[in-house]
Design a protein around this ligand. Structure first.
Ligand SMILES: [Fe+2]
Length: 557
């Protein structure tokens, strides 16, 4: 990449060399539609995508943080793995107990219901919460009433009218529930559960009720409404957390960030010439993601081995793979653009304390402004967009149908007619690779690094006799066995490091007249950092995951 950036239609003297370069790149970035023919993954990790020495050094340095915990870790391993003792305490699951933990207060009090509300708006999956109102009512299967919540009809109606009810509905997990999995002969459980919350006067969410099967038309003894006062509460809480974690890993995180970006990365290198201005803009956001994605986490290997990570989830492996394919198909590139997505979930009420939304919008607006400056500087008219044949090929391959061997991203335009259309899509790509991934990836150690707070499956059936889990010794039986619990704690500890920061850009890769666009962007990111720092001084929740000083420039873990 150098200063001779040119749109292909104005680079006529290099038409042939651009073409042969792209032909070569298409070989290097050859891909296959995997996950039941839905998700595009690279055939072989290109040499140029491998992690650098600097990346490896940062990862090792971070890993060294577990060293103080090593003696207790080995003792724990001897006890629970070698001698197969059964867990009796929540703290038995705290594997790195002498290493730093991001939210010790939550870990020590994880059964306190206030942390359920907190995790829905500032945790690792802050994208499921929906406002309940006339336009977005509770599903008819969720027969929650004033009576079941132990409040008056008047209170129930007035909360509804005042738009104070929120829900998280995991009914999409039904196929997983119907196709349970086993690990080492032990059955795993997951439920397509639903939860109701109310917004308190201070804007926080208080959980009111859980129903384990949001798809079943009954609330009899086989599918009761369970409230915090019920003796079944800690079981229901475990199931709602498992549902949220499963949705996060399989849809929000792996499919809709890592694999969506894998398509974008391959499409960009395959279709945009070496000196294409759009490639220059995207390049810092495409770094290291393929080297992360190439590690097998979900799909069975050809010899039938299921990766350790895939073993944590409640269903069989075929169902898990099909579910991820479904997550990709239902990810609409246009409907998931942040402001549209927030409207769609009815979560724009400013009274709601929702750091993901508020900090996310600051980052989205600045990303869009920056992208708009850059795109408008290169594409002086909409005709320049329409005549950029490399850009049009990029669109055709990313948005085109899978049947014709394209990437098939849902609602990705197959043609760009205007700069405005391009700005929206490019800003969305950069937002996914930066602030959005940061908000989903980095809270994982806080929320799921201690498995009792969020196990990905339960290991006791849901409606078993409540007297069996009223004690700590009883409830731990719901949590994963040693290998799955350790996999969960390890992977989230291990991937909790950063190698770059949003806004970093090699200015020498663009002509000097464009430098001010990048410098302005960096200045504005610092203003956002200052704003979030000051917001955090008065917020009930300190939220750091979208502060630009903590947001990486690409998906590097
Ligand atoms: Fe990630």
């Amino acid at each position: 990449m150098n200063k001779s950036l040119r749109l292909p239609q104005f680079d006529t003297e290099n038409t042939q060399s651009r073409k042969s370069y792209l032909k070569e790149m298409q070989k290097i970035y050859a891909y296959t539609l995997t996950y039941d023919g839905i998700i595009a993954t690279v055939n072989t990790l290109p040499e140029r995508e491998k992690t650098t020495l600097g990346y490896k050094a940062k990862s090792l340095l971070h890993l060294a943080g577990v060293l103080p915990s090593l003696p207790s870790f080995l003792l724990n391993r001897l006890k629970f793995k070698t001698f197969k003792k059964t867990y009796t305490k929540y703290d038995d699951y705290f594997f790195y107990n002498k290493s730093s933990f991001p939210n010790p207060e939550m870990r020590e009090n994880f059964l306190d219901n206030k942390y359920l509300g907190y995790q829905r708006v500032a945790g690792m999956n802050p994208v499921v919460l929906e406002g309940v109102n006339d336009k977005n009512p509770l599903p008819s299967t969720f027969k929650v009433s004033a009576n079941s919540l132990n409040i008056t009809d008047k209170e129930f109606k007035s909360a509804f009218k005042d738009n104070r009810f929120y829900m998280t509905n995991y009914s999409m997990l039904k196929p997983l529930f119907e196709n349970p999995g086993e690990v080492e002969g032990v059955r795993k459980y997951i439920m397509p559960a639903i939860a109701l919350y109310t917004m308190e006067d201070d804007g926080t969410l208080k959980i009111l009720a859980i129903q384990l099967d949001a798809t079943k038309e009954t609330n009899d003894d086989t599918n009761p409404i369970i409230t915090p006062a019920n003796e079944r509460w800690n079981m229901a809480r475990t199931y709602i957390q498992a549902a949220d974690g499963t949705h996060q890993e399989l849809w929000t995180h792996a499919t809709r960030i890592h694999y969506v970006l894998e398509s974008i990365i391959m499409g960009s290198w395959r279709q945009l010439g070496k000196n294409h201005p759009l490639l220059a803009l995207l390049k810092p956001h495409l770094k290291f993601t393929l080297s992360v994605n190439v590690n097998p986490l979900f799909e069975k290997s050809p010899d039938g081995t299921i990766p350790s990570f895939g073993k944590m989830f409640g269903c069989d492996n075929e169902t898990l793979v099909a579910f991820m394919g479904e997550g990709m198909k239902s990810y609409s590139f246009k409907n998931f653009i942040l402001p549209v997505e927030l409207e769609r979930r009815h979560v724009t009420d400013p009274r709601l304390l929702y750091p993901y939304r508020d900090d996310g919008l600051l980052m989205w607006e600045e990303t869009k402004r920056f992208v708009s400056e850059y795109i408008n500087a290169w594409y002086k008219t909409d005709d320049d967009v329409a005549h950029d044949f490399e850009l049009q090929n990029w669109a055709k391959e990313l948005g085109g149908s899978r049947k014709e061997n394209n990437f098939g991203l849902t609602d990705f335009p197959t043609k760009f007619n205007s700069a405005d259309e391009l700005i929206e899509i490019v800003a969305h790509i950069i937002f996914i690779a930066t602030a959005h991934h940061s908000s989903v990836h980095y809270p994982q150690y806080e929320c799921a690094g201690f498995p009792p707070n969020l196990p990905f499956s339960a290991y006791v059936p849901p409606l078993t006799d409540p007297k069996n889990y009223q004690t700590e010794e009883g409830l731990v039986k719901f949590f994963p066995p040693y290998d799955q619990a350790l996999e969960q704690a390890f992977i989230f500890y291990f991937t909790n490091f950063k190698v770059n920061r949003v806004g970093e850009f090699d200015l020498s890769s663009v002509p000097k007249e464009y430098w001010s666009i990048f410098k302005e962007h960096q200045k504005n990111l610092q203003k956002i950092h200052q704003k979030i720092t000051s917001l955090n001084k008065t917020r009930l929740y300190h939220y750091q995951y979208m502060d630009p000083n903590n947001v990486p420039n690409s998906v590097t873990v």
